[in-house]
Design a protein around this ligand. Sequence first.
Ligand code: HEM
Length: 182
Amino acid sequence: MQGSIYTAFSDMVIEQMGMESWNELIDETKPPSQGIYTAGEQYQDSELINMVVLLVEKTGLPIEQLLESFGEFLFDKLYKNSPADLSNIDNLRDFLLAIDSVIHVEVKRLHPQAYLPKFKYIEDRDDQLTLQYFSKRKLCHVSVGLIKGAANKFKQKIQLEHPICMHKGAKYCELVVIFKEG
Ligand code: HEM
């Protein structure tokens, strides 16, 4: 996974738990990178997984909640540093539709070694949008946090449902974003 994800993760741990906690995570998981990450480089997924597993042990928080909080935190960082021009997107629906066909395409063009998730969309209703998430990494809870971060950015109230999940044996996850008034 790309360094930008790791730098966001280390920022979150340092901001919310302190430098000492970050140093402990590095000491205890001994990542090959030694915890020194550069935005455009690729690092082994296991470095992140080992740190998340240890954080679950240390905080007692459920892994789903930890990954979702990370997704929400990550959103602002990705949005600010997006390689695709997002200035003409002014609403959540258009933004979510742009992830697969614009944003991640541009990430892949700039970083051919990146592995991006695939999203398919069900657009049959005006008041909701369903994202079908496909990825070998099964980071649906990070997606939930990213979607919540995006909703916040576009000041759109949403309800999110996750009726189909890869962690329950499905081939993909279904994330139903219901747009709320107000
Ligand atoms: C400005 C917006 C965004 C940018 C610039 C961006 C960029 C990226 C980058 C660089 C990666 C790492 C890929 C790798 O190293 O292999 C990534 C992964 C990912 N992105 Fe996005 N992304 C954005 C928005 C979103 C949103 C809103 C979602 C949620 C629906 C999303 C879902 C994911 C997930 C879940 C991953 C983890 C990899 C995986 O699932 O296999 N992204 N994205």
